[in-house]
Design a binder for this molecule. Structure first.
Ligand code: TXE
Length: 475
C-alpha cells in the first residue's frame, strides 16, 4: 500500500474520493509523487448534472460578479504558488522557475479574462428598427488540458468559459493531474457549487467526456490524432469545438541576421520545457551564409545547459514528462543515428534514472527525414541549410500542421516572409510573447478555433441577434 499523498475530485462544490486511485510518477525520479482519483462514469454523470443545474443561475449572474469570482480564483492560485510550483515540478518535471511561470500564467489568464466583456454589436438603429447581436453562453463546457503546461493551458479554457457564463468540467492529463486537483480544492470556496468541477481519470475518462450528451462544447489541447477522435465524438450532438493540436513549426533564419542574438533566442524557444511546447520551433531553416556560425552558437549553448531534476537548483531543462513521450523522442533520435545524420550536440550523458534526453541538434538532415517531417515534442532540433529563400519558405509550408513559426533577420524581408507562412501565428525577431489580448490558434491539422483575447472569449458564446421594430405592434 503506497503512502503517497492522495487527492480528491471536485464535484458539485464538494471534494470527493474516486472509487480507486492511480499513481502519478515524477519523471525525474520515476517515483510516485501522489495518487489521483480515477473518476467513474457515474461520477462524470454527477459532475455534468451539477454543472447543468448550476448553469441557469450562473448565466444570469451579472457578468461583473462572474468576473470578480474568476479574478479571485486567479488571486488564490497566486497566493499558493510556492506550494503549487513544488507539486507541479514533482509531477511534470519542469524546473521550479518554469513551474512558477506555468501556474502564474494560469492566474494571469484568470485576471485578464476577468477584464473582458463580450460586446453588443448594433447593426441598425434607425426610426424603423433596432438590430443588435448579443453574446450568450453555450452551456456546459468540457475542458481537456495537456501535460506540457497543465495549469496555464487549463485556465486558458476555464477562465473565459466561466466569464462568458458557462459552467465547466475540467479534466487534467492523467500524467499531471495533481496540481490541478489541489487548485480545485482552493476554488471550492470561491465559485458556487457545480460551476467548476474537476475530474481526473485514466484513459477511459476522455472518451467518456467527449461522447457525453450533457456537454455543449469541448475545448481540447492534445495531439492531432486524438483531436480527430474528439471531433468524431462531438458529432452526434453537434458540440462546439476548439481544438489546439500538434505543430511542426518552422523557424527561418535569413542572411544578415544577428547570429548571436537569434541563436540565443531560438535556443530558448526550441528547448524551453524540454521542447514540449506546441508552438516551439521544431525545424530551423538556416541560410548558408550564416549556417556554420549559427549552428556553432546553438551547439555551444546546448552543451553548456544543465539538464536534470527540475527540483534541483541550477537546472535549466527537466526530463521528458512521461514514458510514452520519452520513447517517441528516443525513437526519433535512433532514427537519426541509423540514417547517419550528424549530431552537433546531444551525445553527452544525462542521469540514468528518469526520462532525461540531452539537448540534441541534428546537422542538416534531408527534407524527408523523420526528424524534419514529424513533430518531435522533445529536445531534438534539426537545422536545415538553404540557399534559396523561396525554396525554404516552400519547405516550411509543406506541412500538414499550421500552428506557429518564426522568421529571423532583416525586419522588412522577415515580415514579408512571415505574412506568407501558412500558420496561425508567426513571430518576427522575437519569440513566444503571448499577450492575453492576442488570439492564438492553428490552421490546417493544427486544429481550429482560437484561444485568448476577445476572440478566445467569444468561442465560449453563441450569437443572439434581436431585431426590434420601432413601431410597437400593440393596440
Ligand atoms: O496526447 P493525446 P498524449 C502532442 C505531442 C505528443 C502527442 C501525444 O505531439 O507527442 O500529443 O501526447 C485524452 N477522446 N501533444 O498521448 O493522445 C487523454 O486522456 C477524448 C501536443 O499525451 O492527445 C489525455 O488527457 N479524450 C499538445 C488527452 O486526451 C481523449 C500537448 C491527450 O491525449 C481521447 C500535449 C478521446 N478519444 C501533447 N483519447 C499541444 N498541442 O500542446 C485520449 N484522450
Amino acid at each position: 500500500m503506497s503512502t503517497a499523498r492522495t487527492f480528491k475530485l471536485l464535484i458539485d462544490g464538494a471534494s470527493v474520493d474516486g472509487e480507486s486511485l492511480f499513481d502519478v510518477i515524477n519523471p525525474a525520479t520515476e517515483e510516485v509523487v501522489g495518487r489521483a482519483p480515477d473518476a467513474t462514469r457515474q461520477q462524470l454523470d454527477q459532475a455534468v448534472a451539477s454543472a447543468r443545474r448550476a448553469y441557469p443561475k450562473w448565466k444570469e449572474t451579472p457578468i461583473a460578479e462572474r468576473q470578480a469570482m474568476v479574478a479571485a480564483l486567479g488571486r488564490v492560485i497566486n497566493e499558493n504558488i510556492e506550494e503549487l510550483k513544488r507539486l507541479l515540478t514533482a509531477e511534470q518535471g519542469k524546473p521550479l522557475g518554469d513551474a512558477e511561470q506555468d501556474i502564474g500564467g494560469g492566474a494571469y489568464f484568470c485576471a485578464q479574462s476577468a477584464e473582458l466583456t463580450p460586446p453588443v454589436e448594433v447593426h441598425e438603429d434607425s426610426d424603423v428598427r433596432r438590430s443588435a447581436t448579443y453574446r450568450v453562453p453555450l452551456g456546459v463546457v468540457c475542458a481537456i488540458a495537456p501535460w506540457n503546461f497543465p495549469i496555464a493551458i487549463a485556465f486558458w479554457k476555464v477562465a473565459p468559459a466561466l466569464v462568458a457564463g458557462n459552467t465547466v468540467v475540467l479534466k487534467p492529463s492523467p500524467f499531471t493531474p495533481l496540481t490541478t486537483l489541489r487548485i480545485a480544492e482552493l476554488a471550492r470556496d470561491i465559485l458556487p457549487s457545480g460551476v467548476f468541477n474537476v475530474l481526473s481519470g485514466s484513459d477511459r475518462l476522455g472518451p467518456w467526456m467527449t461522447g457525453h450528451p450533457g456537454f455543449d462544447k469541448i475545448s481540447f489541447t492534445g495531439s492531432t490524432a486524438t483531436g480527430r477522435r474528439v471531433m468524431e465524438s462531438a458529432a452526434p450532438t453537434l458540440k462546439r469545438l476548439t481544438l489546439e493540436l500538434g505543430g511542426n513549426d518552422a523557424a527561418i533564419v535569413l542572411p544578415g541576421v544577428d547570429v548571436q542574438s537569434a541563436a540565443s533566442q531560438l535556443f530558448q524557444a526550441a528547448f524551453a520545457n524540454s521542447g514540449q511546447v506546441c508552438f516551439a520551433p521544431k525545424r530551423v531553416y538556416v541560410h548558408s551564409a550564416v549556417y556554420e556560425d549559427f549552428a556553432a552558437s546553438l551547439a555551444e549553448l546546448a552543451k553548456q545547459a544543465k539538464v536534470g531534476d527540475g527540483a534541483e537548483q541550477g537546472t535549466s531543462f527537466g526530463p521528458i514528462q512521461n514514458r510514452p513521450q520519452y520513447e517517441r523522442v528516443q525513437d526519433l533520435i535512433a532514427d537519426c543515428r541509423t540514417n547517419g545524420y550528424g549530431f552537433l550536440a546531444g551525445q553527452d550523458n544525462v542521469p540514468d534514472k528518469g526520462y532525461f534526453v540531452p539537448l540534441t541538434i541534428i546537422d542538416n538532415p534531408p527534407a524527408d527525414a523523420r526528424i524534419v517531417r514529424e513533430e518531435q515534442f522533445g529536445p531534438v532540433l534539426p537545422l536545415i541549410r538553404f540557399d534559396d529563400i523561396e525554396a525554404a519558405l516552400e519547405q516550411a509550408n509543406d506541412c500538414d500542421y499550421g500552428l506557429g513559426g518564426s522568421v529571423w533577420g532583416p525586419p522588412e524581408l522577415a515580415e514579408e516572409i512571415a505574412l506568407r507562412m501558412d500558420t496561425g501565428m508567426v513571430w518576427v525577431n522575437e519569440f513566444g510573447s503571448m499577450a492575453p489580448s492576442q488570439p492564438f490558434g492553428g490552421r490546417k491539422q493544427s486544429g481550429f478555433g482560437v484561444e485568448n483575447g476577445m476572440a478566445g472569449l467569444l468561442e465560449y458564446t453563441s450569437i443572439h441577434t434581436i431585431v426590434t421594430a420601432k413601431q410597437a405592434n400593440v393596440a
